[in-house]
Design a protein. Structure first.
Length: 758
């Protein structure tokens, strides 16, 4: 049986691409040097896959920032404001990704959104009436040729035209339908070009078709692929889907003359059923059975069983369920985790081996018995023996004992709002930040030195306390109303909590790309989770001792902790989330008991695991995720103000659920999505006080006072003055000191101006 990989990680085992790109941004290396690093990384991935005997290896899965952005640039979907900067191609590309501020001008980045139900983010292509869709780039061809020169015949992977059209934002009068013909024509040119190059397989990634589709969507899909498939000639076309099943369009896709169809058997709840209902003869079924999103070893017995029934009817290629982009490179980089742990995991490179072993074992199983095969036996032994230190009955019992009333905070919102206004006495349009301040080199060095045992705990703590003190002085000087401690002790908002919770394990280098050069290292939920000891209390108490202003305690919420961890597969994510919620609840009550009367519980990733189909939103997810959040704060006194924060995603359609979190204040990312969310808040009579971010922190650009005043003025149209907060749209940890100070000064100034306008 043949094996296929949808995409391979590209950031580098040691995040080489990240570091090289950052040097390039700072002008420390030139484009040639950056391109060299990129080429090495591509070669690394290709060779690893080749060595594992993968038959279908992708090229063009590499990206300097994001594959959707690559497709936009390839087809000239480049808004004029970026072209007008007159930068090099790569410069324009990065300006679209990150914004640009320099001698050539000052422009914001494209909007960025979550890539389906992952923690990866794509840049939203922006199409206006003057956009001339045109194949102008050659990346797919170049990378195909590059692989070929290494002796590897690849399938050329590219974001499909349907997904591209659906994800793009149309800023003018013309909509997707008006650009359909142009995209068909230009994608056709791409097919022709690849054909001429001798490409054997083209992989169109169309994850969008795992969502709810309308009849018009299905027609659009048909129209696109009728055209593209008509010209394919000898080149074969693989329709690749992932992150769910294609129930709405299965009949259509199986009638179109694709040469291969890639389906996700992992997240696609209905995939097996659909295939059973009939799969076209002569078409390769790329069966996504090796989980591209999680790090647990594949259970060979189950997969071989699944393959057996698929192979009985179809010609099957064993595949990953999605791109391996969403898992780390290799367990080889993990030197500290003992074998009793790592033997249960498979990262990208280990998954290549799983594909190989599974294909071989499955072939054996076709004609005989696999149970005596060595690879099979050692795989099954893992599942039989269980995992050390993963069970805690006390935790399981505590979850079982949660009562309905534990999910409700009393008194109700309106009453609390009054009490809090009286006690906190904040000015109108209170100013605050989202929590973190720049994680400058010294901050990271201090943490690293402590981790390596180079400095004592006392030295480590003293340094951070000093930082907190400075940070608070800075906020006082700037004139912010609600102060934060700055989060200098945290590497990452989830890893930090995970480290302080029982039931978690950590990796050293298991980085996964989140957006651009930003990587995250998700901790692994290994077993039952509980709080070992107070986590943030000392830092918050210290911060409070430095100022008379209110200090906001800073926690990460249970849904985000779960969503940004690699979850268990042996219990439900709901069960794990409730365990985490109880642990964070203990911390909330501890903070309160220590005099912290504003507590922010971040749910940045609330939407992350929202099912892609609307019909599943509540029943499969929100019906337990929102109560889990309430469980965290339902025990506090009425005068304690609970904040939450969300970012990176669309909230417009889940506004009622967000209100039902029953926080007192919510801050969220809005500046990159043109404040669309405001209408939705108004329509839904949003009760929670709100701080829609007034500027984008994902770029170093300093927003002007005017710009912030304009944003606030727009907000006041839709949000009652008494409910409006003023804040950036996310934490400041990735920013530098200089731009942070300048931006916050402007923010406070803008709030003052607005106060005078009331
Ligand atoms: N409190 C966190 C911070 O400021 C929130 C980060 C986030 O939303 N991603 O860094
Ligand atoms: Zn945020």
């Amino acid at each position: 049986m043949k094996k296929s990989v949808i995409g391979f990680p590209r950031i580098g085992k040691d995040r080489e691409l990240k570091f090289a790109s950052e040097k390039y941004f700072k002008n420390e290396i030139d484009e040639t040097a950056l391109q060299e690093v990129a080429a090495e990384l591509r070669a690394y991935g290709l060779k690893k896959q080749q060595a594992a005997g993968i038959d279908f290896i992708s090229s063009n899965d590499f990206s300097f920032y994001d594959n959707v952005l690559d497709a936009a640039v390839l087809f000239n979907v480049i808004p004029d404001r970026y072209k007008e900067l007159g930068l090099s191609d790569l410069g324009t590309y990065f300006a679209m990704a990150r914004g640009y501020q320099g001698d050539k001008g000052n422009v914001k980045a494209l909007a960025m959104k979550k890539w389906f139900n992952t923690n990866y983010h794509y840049l939203v292509p922006e199409i206006d009436d003057s956009t001339e869709v045109k194949l102008v780039g050659s990346k797919p061809v170049d990378e195909y040729k590059e692989a070929k020169a290494l002796g590897i015949e690849t399938k050329v992977a590219i974001v499909g035209p349907f997904t591209f059209l659906k994800l793009a934002k149309y800023t003018g009068a013309k909509k997707a339908d008006d650009f359909k013909a142009a995209f068909i024509a230009e994608y056709s040119k791409l097919v022709e070009t690849l054909k001429a190059e001798g490409v054997q397989w083209i992989e169109f990634d169309e994850p969008y078709i795992v969502r709810d589709l309308t009849a018009a969507d299905i027609d659009l899909f048909k129209e696109i692929y009728n055209s593209l498939l008509a010209i394919k000639g000898d080149t074969k076309i693989l329709l690749q889907t992932y992150f769910g099943d294609v129930r709405d369009i299965y009949d259509t896709v199986t009638k179109l003359p694709f040469d291969g169809i890639g389906l996700d058997f992992n997240e696609g709840r209905k995939t097996a059923e659909l295939v059973k209902s009939g799969f076209p003869k002569g078409v390769l079924l790329f069966a996504g059975l090796v989980n591209g999103k999680n790090i647990w070893k594949n259970n060979y017995a189950k997969t071989i069983d699944a393959l057996k029934s698929l192979k009985a009817e179809n010609e099957v290629v064993l595949s990953t369920s999605c791109s391996l982009l969403h898992v780390p490179y290799t367990l080889e980089s993990e030197t500290k985790l003992g074998a009793e742990y790592t033997k249960h995991f498979a990262f990208a490179e280990e998954k290549l081996l799983e594909l190989k072993e599974l294909a071989e074992l499955s072939d054996v199983a076709d004609s005989g018995n696999v149970t005596s095969e060595k690879a099979f036996k050692s795989n099954q032994a893992l599942f039989e023996e269980g995992r050390v230190d993963s069970k805690d009955d006390a935790v399981v019992n505590r979850v079982a004992g949660i009562k309905d009333e534990d999910y409700t905070r009393l008194p109700a919102f309106d009453e609390r709002e009054k009490i809090q206004k009286d006690i906190l006495k904040l000015p109108q349009f209170p100013t605050t930040t989202i929590g973190s301040f720049p994680q400058t080199v010294d901050v990271r060095k201090n943490r690293q030195a402590f981790r390596k045992g180079e400095i004592s705990k006392e030295q480590y703590t003293d340094f951070n306390k000093n930082k907190i003190k400075e940070c608070i002085e800075l906020q006082e000087e700037i004139g912010l109303d609600v102060i934060v401690h700055g989060e200098f002790e945290r590497n990452d908002m989830v890893e930090y909590f995970g480290e302080n919770l029982a039931g978690y394990v950590f990796t050293e280098k298991a980085w996964v790309q989140s957006y651009g050069t930003r990587c995250v290292k998700p901790p692994i939920i290994w077993g039952d989770v509980s709080r070992k000891q107070a986590i943030t209390v000392e830092w918050s108490k210290y911060a409070k001792s430095c100022t008379d202003k209110p200090v906001k305690g800073m926690l990460t919420g249970p849904v985000t902790i779960l969503n940004w961890s690699f979850p268990r597969e042996d219990i439900s994510i709901k069960e794990s989330t409730l365990q985490i919620a109880l642990a964070i609840r203990d911390e909330v009550l501890d903070l309160e008991a220590n005099g912290i009367n504003i507590i922010q519980i971040d749910e940045a990733a609330l939407r992350e695991k929202l099912p892609l189909r609307k019909s599943d939103w509540y029943s499969e997810y929100l019906d337990w995720a929102i109560p889990a959040f309430r469980l965290v704060h339902s025990g506090v006194k009425p005068e304690t103000q609970i904040h939450t924060h969300m970012c990176y995603s669309e909230f417009t359609d889940i506004i009622p659920a967000i209100d039902a979190m029953d926080a007192d204040v919510i801050t969220f990312e809005a500046s990159r999505s043109d404040l669309q969310i405001l209408d939705s808040l108004k329509e839904n009579n949003f009760k929670t006080e709100v701080g829609p971010g007034v500027y984008d922190i994902h770029s170093p650009r300093v927003p002007s006072v005017d710009e912030i005043v304009t944003a606030l003025t727009k907000m006041r149209d839709k949000i009652e003055d008494k409910k409006l907060w003023v804040n950036p749209d996310c934490g400041l940890k990735t920013r530098g000191d200089v731009e942070t100070k300048a931006s916050l000064i402007n923010l406070v100034e803008a709030a003052k101006i607005i106060r005078q306008q009331v």
